[in-house]
Design a protein around this ligand. Sequence first.
Ligand SMILES: Nc1ncnc2c1ncn2[C@@H]1O[C@H](COP(=O)(O)OP(=O)(O)OP(=O)(O)O)[C@@H](O)[C@H]1O
Ligand SMILES: [Mg+2]
Length: 296
Amino acid sequence: MNADRTHWDATIPAMSRPAATSYSDSALTVPPALVEARGLIKEYPRDAGVTRVVDDVSFAIFTGETLGLVGESGSGKSTVARMLLRLVEPTAGEVLYENRPLPPASSNEMRALRRRMQIVFQDPYAALNPRMTVRKILAEPFAIHSEPPSEGLTMRLRELLHSVGLDESALQRYPHEFSGGQRQRINIARALALRPSFLVLDEPVSALDVSVGAQVINLLRDLQRTLGLTYLFISHSMPLVRYLCDRVAVMQHGRLVEIGDVMQVCEAPHNPYTHQLIAATPEMPHADPPLAAPLQ
Ligand SMILES: Nc1ncnc2c1ncn2[C@@H]1O[C@H](COP(=O)(O)OP(=O)(O)OP(=O)(O)O)[C@@H](O)[C@H]1O
Ligand SMILES: [Mg+2]
């Protein structure tokens, strides 16, 4: 996908592109934005005043792409991601999903949208309830949304497990019976249960060892291709970002300091901070895809 996107950020400022409904010729070359952040600000109370942890962040995520989000710890990456999903309320600014502002007017519409946007967290241990079987964990999204799958619950749960490389014997087991990589696969299966179109992956492999993480990254790549997913991939690993992402956005102290095609940014960063980030990754300049290992 990289090749198609090389010129997007150079030629089309994310916020000034035409609305999706008015695409004509441009629809042939520019995919629509699935998610847009416009002037997002988040402030938290601190001492007598407030501290601004996200400061006027605007960007678009195009349908079918993987946008990487990098930056030092505390720079505001997770807060931005949570505002996109409306898990955190912005202090100011707006989020658009398929060109419509969030939250929509009706709570029914918001419920429907929630199904389309899911998140996979960093820690596969903390994210799964240890007292629930995998069957219960994977069935929960259907129960919450009161919508049993049309093909029958058991059939859908089997299909979900197969899609993440696990078999149906997992259904009767508990999270502690699985390895870290397998647990993250269960988390991914749960995120996919309601057939979302947009996934936030908030450091999904940073708690895993490198080879297991590599398999999970390859799984995410395969799932994106087969299911047509759009990803926001938050990471501290520039090699991983380079391997998985089409474009990358860089945050520092709550601000977006650079966004562009991943190869361009890695090879010729405009911002001094991006330069530092890349320079701090010794294997970057000549990195081959670090994750060529096939899925288990
Ligand atoms: N609920 C909260 N109340 C107060 N401050 C918060 C809250 N959530 C996050 N912060 C602060 O906002 C800043 C940004 O946090 P955030 O978790 O978005 O950073 P991050 O870039 O995801 O960091 P990391 O790479 O460590 O995950 C941090 O200084 C954090 O302490
Ligand atoms: Mg974070």
